[in-house]
Design a protein around this ligand. Sequence first.
Ligand SMILES: Nc1ncnc2c1ncn2[C@@H]1O[C@H](COP(=O)(O)OP(=O)(O)OP(=O)(O)O)[C@@H](O)[C@H]1O
Ligand code: SF4
Ligand SMILES: [Mg+2]
Length: 381
Amino acid sequence: MSDALLSLTDVVKYFPVQTGHLRRSRDMVHAVDGVSFEVRRGETLGLVGETGCGKSTLARCISRLFELTSGQIIFDGRDISRLRPRQLRPLRREMQMIFQDPYGSLNPKRRVGSIIGDPFAIHGTASGAERKRRVQEAMELVGLNPEHYNRFPSEFSGGQRQRIGVARALALRPKLIICDEPVSALDVSIQAQIINLLSDLQDQLDLTYVFIAHDLSVVRHVSDRVALMYLGKVVEIAPAEELYQHPRHPYANALLSAVPIPDPIAAAKRERIVLVGDVPSPVHPPSGCNFHPRCPKAQDRCVVEEPSLLPRFDDDELHATACHFPVADGEDLSEARPAIGVEHRIVEPDTAGAPTGLGVSVAHGSPGSPESPEPVERRRS
Ligand SMILES: Nc1ncnc2c1ncn2[C@@H]1O[C@H](COP(=O)(O)OP(=O)(O)OP(=O)(O)O)[C@@H](O)[C@H]1O
Ligand code: SF4
Ligand SMILES: [Mg+2]
């Protein structure tokens, strides 16, 4: 892909697990486990996945708030993977983060003007009246009243506080903004305002975004492309509409089957794929394809061989999926049953307390609707 602002190759971040009396352990949390992708200038890459799959850790690796365990990150033509703290300073101007919690990320004891002015102070780019002018300009840009310069964060609503976070991130006119769930903590009515603001600013200022969310429906309308993560890895990446229309990974199909659709007739016809079991521990991720214990299509090969992230069927090169047995257009996953031994599946107790080797349950219609039968299949190998 040409004109990449950001390029990740095999980025890995493991955290040591501290257990026992001496807080020593050889175990590692595999938070990010070999992620590669590019982000083009001016585009928005949506990064989606369940809680704990490594989205924020990856964001902090990209912005080099974390050291990488291994891998390479090229930003604007420069390898930033191993830069030391002092060498990172210029990078901080060009890459900024917006965080999920507009309450927690603003110091309640400081005035808004001084919070937004921080980047100018830290980088020594403006002081005195010039700094105030530029802060007020940033406030205006994000739809805040510049006359509220001397107010405290508590005097603003949730949406306004997130605008303060956006103004702070924009102050130095960065090239890349990593938005880590910027609307998750906001009321639905306010979410759209912030998303629209980010989108307008992107056009105005030629920004590139990595936009993190755990909800596929949030990223759909803001992203040019979407990368889906599962347990530290990207399992599918594609242009947004392509992913929604032709999801190839069984996990993508399961998530999309749960996204609400406004048309009640289409919703009633749709089969919801309910994955059984929680995401496995990232300390001991499953072998082969790490989704295999929950996958309705798992076969023996999946247990031993990790699938590469590649175009499948006749998908073009922008649509890559990490799956040995991807889902074809029109394929009904409710008919799929894992063909792996019970020891490799998520095992849950049945009502009598005996274990069953259930790989996945499939419910039809919306959950809880009168038409919804109980999960239809329980199988032993
Ligand atoms: N500083 C840390 N030390 C040890 N483990 C960590 C640390 N930060 C994150 N982890 C672990 O790494 C994994 C990925 O966490 P991360 O916060 O990146 O997930 P996430 O996808 O952002 O989740 P969420 O949607 O809940 O924000 C989790 O298992 C988490 O417990
Ligand atoms: S079919 Fe196999 S490779 Fe594909 S997601 Fe399922 S377990 Fe992984
Ligand atoms: Mg997170």
